[in-house]
Design a protein around this ligand. Structure first.
Ligand code: B12
Ligand code: SF4
Ligand code: SF4
Length: 344
């Protein structure tokens, strides 16, 4: 490792990243093979996967780029509001990609400024990543990609990955010291509620609860997975929660900025009675995978979660939702009433 690589790595660790590595841009090319492998196993996701081809051929868009700096940051250090466990994917509770109040976001800006101070041309994409982040981290030897597809370090899989392209050819590659998955373990595959994760390393993004409760699931009354979504309102953590390699890896010590206040407004009942303006102005900026014009989806997800874990007192909320201003919510409420055989 040359001294510039060393300087970059040291700065990343100083700024709160758990690990940092650097790979040559050409090392991303074989990500395409993994993408193709998935499309072969899951042909219905081919169109979805095509959007990620660009991750393999970065030089098409960034002809000046020579290397990828990839960093790993732990979010398993934050306290999870008890009542949101099993309802909202933890990654989204502690999402620092757009949250200016989060120290993780500020450190990311500082790290980028530092790369520029070193005289490097650099580019990142904070929302969805500038490249395939798991693959970049795997190539840099920062840890392992396990059978559930998640990237793990010694801290488990509760990690946020980030990458920057730079215009110098550098390398900083580690040799991971992690043990592979136990030979006979398939807990993640067995536990996936929709069988999205159908075999080791292969998942159908379109059947993943995390997709169905955010970008997808636009017709839940007729969705074949509506029951399997269970109590989830936004995201899913099942294939990580069940993994023995994550045992005791969540070390909750810190509060995430403003989460405690916002989370006090979130429950299936509260979402169903929530003003659309609150959903648009307070909930949407934090949980931004559901667009402002689609915040009705929160209410639809809440009704679905109520149906899947029905309690007597939900009845009044579902009946009231029949008068919601949004047609999709009214439709979902009517479906729930029929399914649960509720009477007015
Ligand atoms: C698109 C996307 C989604 C989609 C589709 C998911 C998918 N797996 O394709 C949806 C919306 C469903 C989604 C949901 C979630 N996501 Co997401 N998502 C992404 C995104 C933007 C691209 C992923 C991608 O390229 N998919 C295509 C597949 C083929 O690539 P892959 O997922 O990287 O899979 C790799 C491994 O499977 C590996 N592999 C396959 N076979 C083999 C075999 C061997 C031997 C080895 C070594 C490796 C290997 O190669 C693949 C290529 O890297 C990345 C960010 C990024 N730019 O990388 C985040 C990312 C993967 N998501 C992340 C998270 C946290 C989530 C959620 C947990 C959020 C939640 N709580 O609900 C869920 C979990 C879903 C799941 N089971 O994967 C994290 C994962 C962190 C980690 N520790 O791995 C990432 C890296 C974001 C980040 N910045 O940290 N996501
Ligand atoms: S996040 Fe949930 S639905 Fe998606 S693959 Fe994992 S267990 Fe299955
Ligand atoms: S549950 Fe088992 S097979 Fe799945 S990722 Fe964890 S250790 Fe590997």
């Amino acid at each position: 490792m040359n001294s510039l690589s060393n300087q970059i790595k040291t700065a990343a660790l100083r700024m709160g990243y758990e690990k940092c590595g650097i790979i040559k841009i050409a090392d991303m090319a074989d990500y395409e093979g993994k993408l193709k492998e998935r499309s072969e196993h899951v042909p219905e996701a081919k169109a979805f996967d095509e959007k990620f081809q660009r991750f393999a051929y970065l030089q098409k868009t960034y002809p000046w780029a020579k290397s990828v700096v990839v960093c790993v940051r732990q979010y398993g250090k934050y306290k999870v509001p008890e009542h949101l466990q099993g309802r909202i994917g933890k990654y989204y509770l502690f999402d620092s990609r757009r949250d200016k109040h989060s120290r993780d976001f500020q450190d990311s800006l500082k790290f980028e400024a530092y790369l520029k101070e070193l005289g490097l041309k650099t580019e990142t994409e904070r929302k969805f990543g500038i490249t395939a982040l798991r693959w970049a981290a795997f190539k840099a030897g920062l840890g392992l990609t396990r059978r559930n597809n998640f990237f793990y370090t010694e801290s488990g899989s509760w990690l946020h990955l980030e990458a920057w392209l730079i215009d110098q050819e550098l390398e900083a590659i580690e040799t991971p010291a992690l043990k592979a998955c136990p030979e006979n373990c398939n807990r993640c595959v067995k536990s996936c509620p929709t069988a999205s994760l159908s075999q080791p390393h292969i998942m159908n993004p379109l059947a993943c609860v995390s997709f169905l409760t955010t970008f997808g699931g636009r017709d839940l009354p007729n969705d074949k997975y509506n029951a399997q979504i269970g109590c989830w309102l936004f995201g899913c953590d099942v294939c990580q929660d069940v993994c023995p390699m994550n045992k005791n890896r969540w070390q909750a010590k810190e509060e995430f900025p403003a989460l405690s206040e916002l989370s006090s407004h979130i429950s299936p009942e509260k979402i169903l009675t929530m003003d659309y303006s609150f959903l648009e102005e307070k909930v949407q900026p934090k949980f931004w995978y559901i667009d402002k014009q689609d915040v009705w989806k929160w209410k639809v997800n809440a009704i679905n979660a109520m149906v899947n874990d029905y309690q007597e007192h939900y009845k009044e909320y579902i009946l009231k939702a029949c008068y919601d201003s949004n047609e999709k919510v009214r439709e979902m409420a009517a479906w729930a009433i029929k399914k649960l055989e509720l009477s007015a």
